[in-house]
Ligand binder design. Structure first.
Ligand code: MLT
Ligand code: MN
Ligand code: ZN
Length: 295
């Protein structure tokens, strides 16, 4: 299985348009590469591709990646989009794909409902192009294409739902993708609040984990005076600390741990910071846009 990180930053990207925090300022002055909003492309063999979330930067992300460009006429290697939740940074890109002849979308019923009745992204999109919705049910295997299969699992969160969807079941999911032919396994978990025992079981032993790296510290945004909430309160497990993701993921025997969905304030975005070095000492990685991995 092949994967490409199309975008590695959280909602807003890095730098974020209205942010002058030290990390955004450093990125503007060249201390680290800018990053677009989080999305990943996966394929069994490099021919047919699936998007894991569709970011508001999807148009430029596709242009940057030759394997996703159209062959001729209007045929493209993009087979379908799988979404983990209904957040705008993961779904606004659907509207930018509206020129498609048809779009296949994998989403849970709870996410589908929010995209329809809440944000209205799907209701609007369907005025432009037919959407073929495939219901994702956590725990059930789905065949994608070319021996690639996937299974969603629930990701519990107390993050406030902005739109409807009181039901927690299926509001946020992660995906475990398996290449039945090559044997590779990938877990995609761009938003995780707590690594519960059930989640750790999904992750254990996978070849590659793409995981939430939103904040370095739990109080990162509070200290900077940029928000009134901790990272956890916003639904994101911080990386640092004895109960942070670095420490908790370390014993799980994952082949390659790659952090993505970094918020613009996270010092791991900059090359050579102590925080970045700590990630490297754990044998883990911080994704950049364009990172490609063979799993
Ligand atoms: C989040 O995951 O909390 C987001 O990136 C916030 C957003 O998209 O506005
Ligand atoms: Mn987000
Ligand atoms: Zn910033």
């Amino acid at each position: 299985m092949l994967l490409r990180v199309l975008g590695s930053a959280a909602g807003g990207g890095s730098p974020q348009w209205n942010c002058g925090c030290p990390v955004c300022a450093a990125v503007r002055s060249g201390a680290g590469p800018p990053r677009t909003q989080s999305s990943v492309a996966v394929s069994a063999d490099g021919r047919r591709w699936f998007l894991l979330n569709a970011s508001p930067d999807v148009r430029a992300q596709i242009e940057e990646f030759p394997a996703l460009r159209p062959h001729d006429g209007r045929t493209t290697p993009l087979e379908a989009v799988l979404v983990t939740d209904a957040e705008l940074d993961h779904t606004l890109g659907l509207l930018l794909l509206r020129e498609a002849r048809a779009l296949r979308l994998y989403a849970t019923p709870a996410v589908h409902k929010v995209l329809w009745d809440g944000t209205g992204v799907l209701r609007t999109l369907e005025r432009y192009c037919p959407v073929e919705w495939r219901a994702v049910l956590p725990g059930a295997d789905l065949a994608l294409a070319d021996g690639l299969s996937c299974r969603a699992f629930d990701v519990p969160t107390t993050k406030r739902a902005r739109f409807g969807a009181r039901a927690d079941h299926g509001r946020v999911v992660g995906y475990r993708l398996t290449d039945e032919r090559g044997g590779g396994t990938l877990v995609y978990l761009p938003g995780v609040q707590a690594l519960t025992r059930a989640l750790r079981r999904e992750i254990e032993g996978c070849g590659c984990l793409l995981v939430d790296g939103t904040c370095w510290r739990d109080d990162e945004l509070l200290r900077l005076g940029l928000a009134g909430k901790t990272s956890r309160e916003m639904g994101h497990l911080p990386m640092d600390g004895p109960d942070g993701s670095l420490a908790l993921l370390s014993p799980l025997g994952v082949g390659r741990v790659v952090f993505l969905h970094m918020n613009n304030t996270n010092p791991v975005l900059l090359d050579g910071t102590p925080e970045r070095r700590t990630v490297e000492e754990y044998g883990m990685e911080v994704a950049m846009d364009g990172l490609e991995v063979r799993v």
